[in-house]
Design a protein around this ligand. Structure first.
Ligand SMILES: [Zn+2]
Length: 326
């Protein structure tokens, strides 16, 4: 019998960008000899990032992640030393930052590839590779935004194969670690309906679940209660954690919840300037008639809604979105 803990693990593994298939080899990160040797092995794969964009190739069959062999990249440490990601049972993966000229060299070798935004491209990618690229992108973002010590301003140096930074000022020597910003995302329901909100800055017809960052001094559940009240002035009577998702756009960990509201008297706010309650039937009609556009299918926002839709008898929401008459 599964415990609720493994239920959550299984549910989170269904979310895009969970790189759980990689053994992160934490114990090897400080073994400089092993790292140097592994970086030259022909079997090793490098995950190139240029200006936070991933190397991808698009075809009629979907999007493929392009990895490099060590021989494909000259001077791999010109910006930052490569970062150890882990082993997939066959080989090690390292993330590498590439310069503008290295980017041009790579694209000359892979003329059908391009450096592109992972968020959009991941929709039709194999889950394993979307996870590896998301993991690489998250570390790359942190490394490039923490180039200097936050205490004394001296340059930071990467250590532990890219997973730790140490201030180069010996008197300071402050350590820092990859930063993740926890955020909650919640599908609010009331009996047979769920609530979706809209922000005026979003594209037309776009509606989604409510979300916000967790503040210092709050539990995840406190953040759910506060955000829902701030954004749509609803009180909740039941909150249930569902699953989580790494969301490296740029550095979030999304914690997904369902929450049952005490009534449907939802209001609006600066962040949410329109709300709508949907039953399975009204959401079906709104999606098919292109009155409502939902979050990308790779997002936990979509996953929360799709699971509610299925459990409420609505069937496959992804299929419904594909049939949207745009
Ligand atoms: Zn310092």
């Amino acid at each position: 019998m599964q415990t609720s803990g493994t239920d959550h693990l299984a549910r989170s593994r269904r979310n895009r960008f969970t790189a759980v298939r990689l053994n992160r080899e934490v114990e090897l990160r400080d073994d400089a000899t092993w790292v140097t040797e592994t970086l030259t092995k022909p079997n090793t794969r490098l995950v190139p990032l240029w200006r936070s964009r991933s190397l991808l190739e698009r075809s009629a069959d979907g999007t493929t992640a392009i990895y490099l062999s060590p021989k494909d990249l000259t001077e791999p440490d010109r910006i930052q030393p490569p970062t150890l990601l882990g082993n997939d049972g066959k080989r090690e993966y390292f993330a590498v930052s590439v310069t503008d000229s290295q980017k041009d060299d790579i694209l000359a070798v892979f003329p059908d590839a391009c450096f592109a935004d992972l968020r959009r491209a991941s929709i039709d990618m194999a889950a394993k590779h979307a996870g590896i690229l998301a993991y690489a992108k998250a570390l790359h973002y942190w490394q490039h935004r923490h180039a200097f010590c936050g205490v004394c301003g001296h340059p930071n140096r990467l250590r532990s194969a890219g997973h730790r930074m140490v201030c180069s000022n010996e008197e300071c020597s402050r350590e820092s670690f990859p930063r993740i910003d926890p955020a909650i995302i919640v599908l609010v329901t009331h009996k047979d309906a769920c609530l979706l909100g809209r922000n005026a800055k979003w594209p037309p017809k776009q509606f989604s679940t409510l979300a916000g960052f967790v503040e210092p001094g709050e539990s995840l559940e406190d953040a759910v209660v506060r955000e829902v009240h701030e954004e749509v002035q609803l009180d909740l009577e039941d909150i249930r954690y569902v699953s989580s998702q790494p969301w490296p756009f740029p550095a979030s960990a999304m914690c997904g919840f369902y929450a049952e509201a005490v009534n449907r008297d939802s209001g609006i706010s600066e962040e949410v300037d329109e709300t709508r309650w949907f039953t399975v039937d009204s959401l079906t009609t709104a999606v098919l008639d292109d009155k409502v556009r939902l979050s990308p299918t790779v997002s936990i926002a979509f996953r929360l809604l799709a699971d509610w839709f299925r459990k409420s008898g609505g069937g496959d929401l992804e299929d419904l979105v594909r049939r949207q008459r745009r």
